[in-house]
Design a protein around this ligand. Structure first.
Ligand code: NAP
Length: 523
């Protein structure tokens, strides 16, 4: 018998798509969990409803009032937190700690925006910079303002963060006064759908402010209009489809793309095998490879160490990885669960085979048996690859394997390391491990133009840092070039995407009246 079809919340009501729907599976047990379908749903009606009902109701509130709504969402989600962990175990195959990255990461992000938004108070618009005189007489001036866009925000999300992926985007959108329509990736749509259901059932938001549509993406981009925005997270290939859609090219729908990324970790040239910088890099690489089974867009894919430390690093990372028991996340001894689906397993194994044409295997976790899971599950053990000739490699700098796979590479000169890191053609994050603040500063400047974030780690922040791959709401997330060219989070900077800037040229008296409705921006 088919699992139940999850309803979509669209145009202010719960609607089932037609047909049998697409099944969602438990990646460890192989059982069918739920089905999704968007077939037959009137997309134009749902988008119009959000624009005409959700948007105006949100924009009738101040930033402070909308921030209070975010705080209420946190309360609702907190109350149902246990059920989200159950869904994540079943549908994403993650151990509790990894489910927490997605679920508690979302709650933290929402809470952060609730607090930051409260500081914007009773304003309904943002006063962007100071007033500027247009001539000698100060009576005629320009004030730039930012106002929320009067359209909808469409989120097309990736499978690896069904919770955080929704709320890290929805928090700044709702705070801005822009209604949200989320289309989760099909494989893990259940958690997104359930969270929206809980928030809708609690009646926290105005109807039309938050909608969810699960299943096929067909027609979603066609439903966009001039003042809408689309925020996409997923593969570079789909990102290209989004970016070249008529809504973006002809209607100037603002588009944010978070795509794939060959993130790096760099050990300083002065490090030694017994230095703290070395230990910090080793621990972080092993952690990044195994958290969420390496299914993080920010995970470390390439590690650059001074040539003299190549073998020591391989041994040390391998030793850490050998402690990672892989298998059924329901078993308390398991540290790393499954990949999200059989399709991802096939994709990771194919990518690994590609990388192996240029690299040797330094550590392979497949020699250990899976715990409470058989070989037909979507579990894949961590694999550390390496090459002693990274400068001539091509695939190692070009193929993102979205799983517990990483490649270790030696460098002879720091400029060589920078050049190889940049061959990722724009990445989300690079972490730097050094005990020398001057080197860290120099490396940060070198890496900043090709990375959305540089995570610079030294012994004094060893116990404090937030982790290479953890995306924190106060810091920018996104990256240039191949990473999609997008920007998310970064504190209240995230509001820029959901606002329109306009230069108001007028009398000082009119600008005084305007200023009474606004708050200074940036704060
Ligand atoms: P994907 O296949 O590109 O899918 C992403 C989303 O796009 C899904 O919701 C998918 O729906 C939808 N989609 C597929 N084809 C579409 C089309 N023609 N038009 C509109 N939407 C379409 O990516 P994925 O495999 O889910 O995600 C893995 C990738 O995401 C990795 O490369 C990873 O690096 C990247 N990622 C990046 C970030 C970041 O923040 N930079 C974060 C997470 C993941 P269906 O699921 O229904 O096909």
């Amino acid at each position: 018998m088919n699992a139940p079809l999850l309803p979509n919340f669209f145009a202010g009501s719960w609607q089932h798509g037609s047909g049998e729907g697409t099944p969602l599976f438990d990646p460890v047990l192989g059982t069918e969990l739920a089905r999704v379908s968007s077939a037959g749903i009137d997309l134009a009606e749902g988008f119009a409803f959000a624009r005409e009902h959700g948007g105006p109701a949100l924009r009738a509130l101040s930033y402070g009032q909308r921030a209070a709504l975010l705080a209420k969402i946190v309360e609702v989600l907190q109350a149902h937190r246990d059920s989200y962990y159950e869904i994540a175990t079943a549908n994403s195959g993650t151990v509790a700690k990894d489910s927490g990255v997605d679920i508690d990461g979302a709650l933290f992000t929402l809470g952060y925006y609730a607090k930051q938004g409260a500081a914007l108070g009773e304003a309904t618009l943002l006063l962007d910079g100071e007033r500027i005189r247009m001539g000698k007489d100060p009576a005629f001036q320009t004030q730039h303002i930012q106002v929320p866009t009067p359209g909808v925000a469409l989120f097309i999300n990736a499978f690896n963060f069904p919770s955080w992926g929704l709320w890290e985007k929805a928090a700044p959108a709702l705070l801005s006064g822009v209604p949200v329509i989320v289309k989760p990736a099909t494989a893990t749509a259940w958690l997104t759908q359930r969270m929206v259901k809980d928030v809708v059932d609690a009646g926290v938001l105005p109807v039309g402010a938050l909608s969810v549509i699960c299943g096929s993406s067909a027609g979603l981009m066609d439903a966009l209009q001039a003042f809408d925005v689309v925020s996409f997270t997923g593969s570079a290939e789909t990102g290209q489809v989004i970016r070249s859609h008529r809504a973006v090219t002809a209607l100037s729908v603002r588009c944010n793309i978070e795509a794939d990324s060959l993130n790096s970790a760099l050990l300083a040239p002065s490090a030694t095998a017994d230095s703290e910088a070395f230990q910090l890099l080793v621990a972080e690489v092993a952690r990044e490879m195994t958290v969420k089974s390496g299914q993080k867009c920010t995970a470390i894919r390439r590690v650059f160490v001074p040539r003299a430390l190549y073998k020591a690093a391989a041994l040390a990372i391998g030793a850490r990885l050998s402690q990672t028991l892989v298998g059924n996340p329901r078993n308390a001894s398991v540290r790393m669960g499954a990949l999200v689906s059989q399709a991802q397993k096939a994709s990771v194994l194919a990518g690994l085979a590609q990388l192996k044409t240029e690299a040797t295997v330094l550590f392979d976790g497949h020699s250990a048996p899976l715990v409470d899971a058989d070989a037909s599950s979507a579990c894949v053990a961590p694999v550390l690859l390496g090459t002693e000739s990274p400068m001539t490699a091509q695939l190692l700098h070009a193929v993102e394997v979205f799983g517990p796979v990483c490649t270790l590479m030696p460098y002879d000169h720091i400029d060589e390391a920078y050049a190889m890191i940049r061959r990722g053609e724009g990445s989300l994050v690079c972490s730097v491990y050094s005990e020398d603040p001057a080197f860290t500063a120099q490396a940060s400047v070198q890496l900043a133009s090709s990375h959305g974030r540089v995570h610079a780690i030294s012994p004094d922040v060893a116990a404090l840092h937030s982790g290479h791959g953890n995306v924190m709401p106060m810091s920018l997330h996104g990256g240039p070039g191949r990473a999609g060219g997008g920007e998310e989070l970064g504190g209240l900077r995230a509001l820029n995407f959901y606002h329109r800037r306009s230069a108001i040229q007028g009398s000082s008296l009119a600008l005084d009246a305007l200023a009474a409705q606004g708050t200074r921006w940036p704060l």
